[in-house]
Design a protein around this ligand. Structure first.
Ligand SMILES: [Zn+2]
Length: 121
């Protein structure tokens, strides 16, 4: 059965194709650093505009280009990942179990045969 996360809109099943369980965790929000109207700012990847200037790694050199003029192989630089707000971020992993603490010390194990017994030497 598929579920949709209301925090990140991710769609997932509770189990994977190999039968193991999947515990969803919202990914961080990715934002690109762009120069827009003369100022550098971070915008969500869905809000990029063709006229935004970005820094890219092209042929091993850092350079600036607009989104419209970016070339295949350009690697956008200066992106940032921001954790989602606490009320939005979902993490289905469970808390670790409490440490196993023995409430009573283990009982001494009986020897197989006491024989004649023993005494301090
Ligand atoms: Zn999510």
């Amino acid at each position: 059965m598929a579920f949709k996360c209301l925090g990140c809109d991710g769609v997932f099943d509770e189990s994977r194709s190999d039968g193991t369980l999947y515990f969803h965790v919202c990914p961080p929000l990715l934002e690109a650093r762009v120069k827009r109207n003369g100022a550098w700012l971070f915008v969500g990847l869905g809000a990029l505009q063709a006229t935004d200037t970005i820094a890219v790694l092209r042929a091993g050199e850092r350079t600036e280009t607009t989104i419209a003029l970016a070339q295949p192989g350009d690697v956008r630089l200066d992106d940032r990942a921001t954790p989602r707000a606490a009320g939005v971020h979902r993490d289905e992993n469970t808390a670790p179990p409490p440490p196993a603490v023995e409430k009573t010390p283990p009982k001494p194990r009986a020897v197989k045969s006491e024989g004649a017994g023993r005494a301090p030497a």
